[in-house]
Design a protein around this ligand. Structure first.
Ligand SMILES: [Zn+2]
Length: 468
């Protein structure tokens, strides 16, 4: 639009000048070197104009010829870079697709075309890894450490390598170096904490946890639970080294931080008892029980009774514990067990039926079967309860929220998948219960209660397909 406007403007000026010249005729005579040239003024001006235009064109042509080689070089260079970046992109796509051979080919190509090691080293390292050449990958990662712009990526590569080859000491050193570069990066903090936990460096792990909570990588509530779990493990480690005082201090911090954290309460109470403070230990369990009744607490509570405690005295003690949290299924179950031992059949039955109404479980049905057998020798009634036991929920256990594995005793690290702080007290669905046969099998009434309690059906009939 603007170009067209300019063109018309120029045309108008030329026409105006031409008209002006035609309107003012005149002649010019030039005598030079024995020649005489006579012409009109208009023609002369036209000739001069033509000369100026020709000179301008000639100058531009000359200038273009002079600059041509540089431009060609620039063009070639740009084309090369273009190709290099394309090779780099294709190489990254090949890495993502797991095509080892193509990745290596493109990596080499990008390296030759680009001459930019920071860009191509990572691709080369990844291509080497895909080809299973860990040694070459390590060389690339180590070369990356020498440049500030690639140091962090190189550290990550080396760290992953040492995690895979199970070299935790080297992995931790690399993780610390990465943390010095980028102290708030979530994966760096998680990796540091993970490695410190695995190596039992509880003091370091607790400090890393602090940093992670401060950097908002871990939310404060989860941070508190992790902190309590670490303190319990730190206490366990101190006890292992014979330092009972430190052990007691660490676990005390944990119970202060999270008073309803059963593993901490149990540990502190048993350490208090070992230190000769049984009264304080009992008091601590009772306070813990008020907040969060738990079978582990009542087990220790039972163990902390007087050495000469008879069955009736134990019933009395458990009644006291139950009064702190009336009608809690765990308390009633423990009380009923004590009543069975004291042959207080009536109250044992009342308490067990109360539990069955709110939280039926295998344990309760087994105790009811015991009661029938012990009180009246009634095997038929016992079998009825046991049949119910076989289809009831198993007892809760310390179950890993990550992998579902169940454990009897709480530990910070899951014994199955190695996650930390994932064990919670709940019914372990899907791990204990097995379904070994595709078709339903009805269980015949059997005298052997243990056989019925198991979830396995009887062996398939002769000629039947075996369970897979
Ligand atoms: Zn697990």
């Amino acid at each position: 639009m603007r170009r067209a406007l300019f063109f018309f403007l120029k045309l108008a000026i030329v026409i105006a000048v031409a008209v002006w010249l035609v309107e003012r005729p005149g002649s010019v005579a030039i005598e030079w070197g024995g020649y005489l040239v006579e012409t009109s003024t208009g023609v002369l001006i036209l000739l001069v104009g033509l000369l100026v235009v020709l000179a301008a064109l000639g100058y531009r042509l000359w200038h273009g010829v002079l600059r041509a080689p540089g431009r060609m070089r620039q063009k070639r260079h740009a084309a090369r870079r273009e190709k290099g970046y394309r090779a780099l992109t294709q190489g990254m796509v090949a890495v993502a697709a797991g095509d080892a051979e193509a990745a290596q080919r493109y990596a080499r190509r990008a390296d030759i075309l680009l001459h930019e090691p920071p860009l191509t080293m990572l691709l080369s390292a990844q291509a080497a890894q895909l080809n299973g050449d860990q040694e070459a990958a390590r060389r690339y990662f180590e070369a990356m450490l020498k440049r500030p712009e690639t140091e962090f990526l190189g550290l990550r590569g080396l760290l992953n390598q040492s995690l895979r080859t199970d070299d935790p000491a080297r992995a931790l050193a690399l993780a610390h170096r990465a943390r010095a570069l980028k102290p708030k990066t979530p994966w760096v903090l998680h990796t540091c904490m993970d490695l410190e936990i695995r190596q039992g460096r509880w003091g370091d792990a607790l400090r890393t946890l602090d940093d992670a909570v401060r950097a908002r990588v871990i939310d404060p509530e989860r941070g508190r639970r992790l902190r309590a779990s670490m303190l319990v493990e730190r206490s366990r480690a101190a006890e292992g080294k014979g330092d009972l005082r430190a052990a007691a201090e660490f676990v005390h911090t944990a119970t202060q931080l999270l008073p309803d954290f059963v593993p901490a309460v149990v540990r502190e109470a048993s350490l208090l008892d070992r230190a000769g403070k049984r009264k304080a230990a009992v008091k601590l369990i009772e306070r813990g029980w008020e907040r969060e009744p738990h079978p582990d607490l009542v087990r220790l509570y039972n163990a902390l009774g007087p050495a000469d405690e008879d069955a009736l005295a134990r019933v009395k003690r458990l009644e006291r514990l139950n009064s702190l949290r009336p009608d809690h299924p765990d308390g009633l179950t423990a009380l009923a067990e004590a009543e069975l031992a004291a042959q207080l059949w009536g109250s044992a039955r009342t308490h067990l039926l109360k539990v069955e109404a709110v939280r039926p479980s295998r344990r309760v049905y087994q105790l009811l079967a015991d009661l029938e057998q012990s009180e009246h020798g009634d095997s038929a009634a016992a079998r009825t309860w046991l049949a119910k036991a076989s289809s009831a929920d198993p007892e809760p256990a310390w179950t890993c929220t990550d992998c579902g594995a169940a454990a009897e005793i709480w530990t910070g690290l899951c014994g199955n998948c190695g996650s930390f702080g994932t064990l919670s007290w709940r019914v372990p669905h899907g791990t204990i219960r097995l379904s070994p046969v595709p078709r339903p099998v009805t269980l015949p009434a059997r005298a052997d209660p243990a056989a019925q309690d198991r979830q396995f059906p009887v062996a398939p009939a002769a000629g039947g397909a075996t369970a897979s």
